[in-house]
Design a protein around this ligand. Structure first.
Ligand code: 13P
Length: 261
C-alpha cells in the first residue's frame, strides 16, 4: 500500500457556466457529506472552465469546503501582451491547487506539442500550482503496439529540463486518446501496465523519491461502475474524469466507489 493520497479530479472541459458551476459544486459537496467522505479518504478536485473559477473559489472559501479546484490550462508566458492567455500567477491568486497541462484535446485543437507542455509546466511550477500533465496514445499507436514507447516519449519531452525537486508533487494523467469520451475504457490491466511503465521511467530519470511520490491517474470513460477496478492497481493513484464529473451527485458516487475499492 503506497502512502500516495487517492486523487479524483473532475475535468469539466467546456461545460457549465459559472452559475451551473456553483450549483454543481454545492451538490457535489452535499453528496460527499452524505457519502461520509472527507479528506482523510481522498482528494476531490473540480476543474471548471476559467470563467467559473472565481465563483467556485467564493463557494469553497465561504462554505469552507474541503474539495479543491484547478484550471484546465495555463499560459506558458508571464503576464504581459498575450491576448486571451491566462497566467499561472492569476490561477494561484484564485486559490487553484491544480492545473491540467497538455490534455489531448488541447494537443489536437491547439497544436500543443511536448515542448509547449514543458513550457507550461515551467510556468505552473514557478507559480506553485500542482501540474497534472496528460499523456497517452492514439488508437493507431495502441494497435501498432507502440503505445508505451510513444507515451513515455511524451513524458520524457514534457519533463525535459526539470529537476526532481522542481517536480515535487507532480501528477501524471495517462489518458489514451481512444478512450476519451468514447465509452471505451482501457482495461484495468492496460491502465496498470502504463502506470507502472511511467513510474519506472520517472525513477530512471529523476530517482526513486520522485517515482514513489508522483501520483499517476488514469483518464478515459471512467465511471462509477469501473473506477474501483481501475484504481485497485498499485500504480494507479486515482482518476481524471470527464463526463462522469459533471453531475455533483454522480461524481460523489464515483468518488465513494473509488474509496471503497
Ligand atoms: P471522459 O471521462 O469523458 O472520457 O473524459 C476523460 C478526460 O479527457 C478527462 O480529462
Amino acid at each position: 500500500m503506497s502512502d500516495r493520497t487517492l486523487l479524483l479530479a473532475g475535468n469539466w472541459k467546456m461545460n457549465h457556466d459559472h452559475l451551473e458551476a456553483i450549483s454543481s459544486v454545492q451538490k457535489l459537496a452535499w453528496a460527499l457529506e452524505d457519502a461520509k467522505l472527507d479528506d482523510s479518504a481522498c482528494e476531490v478536485v473540480v476543474i471548471p472552465p476559467f470563467t467559473d473559477i472565481r465563483s467556485v473559489q467564493t463557494l469553497v472559501q465561504g462554505d469552507k469546503l474541503w474539495l479543491k479546484y484547478g484550471a484546465q490550462d495555463v499560459s506558458q508566458h508571464a503576464p504581459g501582451a498575450h491576448t486571451g492567455e491566462i497566467a499561472a500567477s492569476f490561477l494561484s491568486r484564485l486559490g487553484c491547487s491544480y492545473v491540467v497541462i497538455g490534455h489531448s484535446e488541447r494537443r489536437a485543437d491547439n497544436h500543443e506539442t511536448n515542448e509547449t507542455v514543458a513550457a507550461k509546466l515551467r510556468a505552473a511550477v514557478e507559480a506553485e500550482l500542482t501540474p497534472i500533465v496528460c499523456v497517452g496514445e492514439s488508437l493507431q499507436q495502441r494497435q501498432d503496439r507502440t503505445h508505451i514507447d510513444f507515451t513515455l516519449g511524451q513524458l520524457d519531452e514534457s519533463l525535459a529540463g526539470f529537476t526532481a525537486d522542481e517536480l515535487d508533487g507532480l501528477v501524471i494523467a495517462y489518458e489514451p486518446v481512444w478512450a476519451i469520451g468514447t465509452g471505451e475504457t482501457a482495461t484495468a490491466a492496460d491502465a496498470a501496465e502504463m502506470a507502472t511503465a511511467i513510474r519506472a521511467r520517472i525513477g530512471e530519470k529523476f530517482g526513486t523519491g520522485l517515482a514513489e511520490s508522483t501520483r499517476i491517474l488514469y483518464g478515459g470513460s471512467v465511471k462509477t461502475a469501473n473506477v474501483a477496478e481501475i484504481v485497485a492497481s498499485a500504480d494507479v493513484d486515482g482518476a481524471l474524469v470527464g463526463g462522469a464529473s459533471l453531475s455533483g451527485p454522480d461524481f460523489a458516487a464515483l468518488c465513494k466507489a473509488a474509496v471503497a475499492k
